[in-house]
Design a protein around this ligand. Sequence first.
Ligand code: ZN
Length: 657
Amino acid sequence: MDLSATVASLIETAHRVGADRRLVLHGGGNISAKTTELDHLGHTRPVLVIKASGADMRTIDAAGFSRLYLDDLLTLRPRSRMTDEDMTSFFMRSLVEPGSGRPSIETLLHAFRPSTFVYHVHADAICALTNTTDGAARVSDVLGADVPVVPYIRPGFDLAKQVSELKGDAAVLSHHGLVTWSDDARACMERTLELTHRAETFLRERKAERAVRGPAVPPLDRDHAERLLLTLRGRLSRNGYRILALEPHGRAISDRPDVERVARAGPATADHLLRTRPWTAVIRSADDVGGVIDGLEREYSDFVSRHSDRMPPGARPREAAPAVVLVPGLGLIAAAPEARLAWSTAEVAMHTHGVAADVLDAFGDIAPLTEREIFDIEYWPLELAKLKPVSATDLAGRVVIVTGAASGIGRDTAMALARLGAHLAMCDRDAVGLDEATEQIREAGHDPIAVTGDITDPDVVDRLVRETILTFGGVDGLVSNAGVAVAGRLVDLAIEDWERSLAVNATSHFLLVRRLLPVLERQRLGGSLVFVASKNAFSPGEGFGAYSVAKAAEVQLARMVAIEAGRTGVRANVVSPDAIFEGSKLWDEGLRRERAKAHGVAVEELERFYADRSLLGRAVRTSDVADAIVFCLSERSSRMTGCVITVDAGVAAAFPR
Ligand code: ZN
């Protein structure tokens, strides 16, 4: 096959393998093929095309593969040993395209096997067979004596040499995975699937006979689940904000009578350790969170000091807190600095613990990696290099609720917050607008949640806060922005209109505060609440009483929050805009006509009228207001509470006092 056909075949195989989560997860496994290319001198040379380190099979494209001169790589074969550092710098010099992606540490394993195609997966069922005492004998029983088993060693030169000397067309790597090879791509893939299938069938049948069973665990009640998540997030965020991913399917693991044993079983394949970390916590109650996490942190520090002589030069101890928690009656929880990482950690943990559960069900015992092997993977520079740097934006790892998020100030603020790394829960009555707004944020690469409903309804407020906690593990900020314009002179106002204005512009903010303050207190991470008020709170306009009175109440509410919640580190500030027309639902045709009449100008002159009456003579944009809100939510305003920021281009009559 020529180069382009080879790459096309590898991409197709990678997508097929990557889509099967029982075979590989998130950057795991590797596939390669051998072909030829003309080098820069015009000579035809053999080339190895192999998935680059960390590339994900499910989504890989041509750029995700490295190409190396195979004749270069084969000169290494006679050597008896080679360090990881020498090997990787050699790879960089053998790249067909200098400076392209970092080749996998498993490159030589693929290069040294003469077959055209070499496929390597971390199949759950294969790992389950090896992760028990007599693992090698189990593999032979189930897969046949013609499939050799290589005892666990960390990938590198030695493993490549060992695999190159094996007979047959497949090998099992203990605590690691499966390798198959063939000159025919289809045969290579079929062998992978056939061996994996055989292992799965064996486990299923054997489990049916022996599986561990215990009494059913009742689900954790909603309030307890919420308390537990908040306490856990607060505790795990001590060294940086964490997002929690709750996987309810994890109850298949967390509700087992032997959950402690499963949690202690270590990774199914060494590759999972990067995300799952050495120990998983088991927490049964919100009251146990501190004790369990403290204990595991101490254990981790002891583990690091016991092996400090093996710590690579320059390496620093990693975060001691666990990344995965099993909660009987609730499920599996993974923690990471951002939601997507938390979800990939949860997925890896589901597989790693699922394999441990299968091993215990099928064989009754489990043979994990030794502590020393765990340490060597945990601090392997080549594995750590796969961890992408975590974004250090202003609001990274924060969770913010935005009300009135479907349009205008709310929508623009949500977008600005997402850009700074905040995780968003967006609420609005307008389902269509909310869909558009969330879609816009999704396109920018974030995953907000959306709750449709009227924020004056306590049940909607409760649902909004609860869903936010269940999705992200907690809350750090609020943009209390939903509002409604109610115009009319006092003598003409219907009581329904008056009450509607108070409900939306004042009471809804109170409902959010009342629901959120206990949440923030339990989390112990402080918090920032931002109330979007109006120039009318300070300088009411004639014929705008219902609105102005309610907005003044909102400002006073914010000050009450500052007074009552300051001791818990919770801040409350007001952003007070004026005359924002851009994208606003507040300024509908009726209101425009009404205010134009009140000010004695033509409707089309209204925006200019408001701009001209300001000290700066400029129109105020939604993005100006969003900037002020973002500032109030960020650490840059950490010493501000009970404060009003006007964003009105200067209206002297509305200077706060
Ligand atoms: Zn591997």
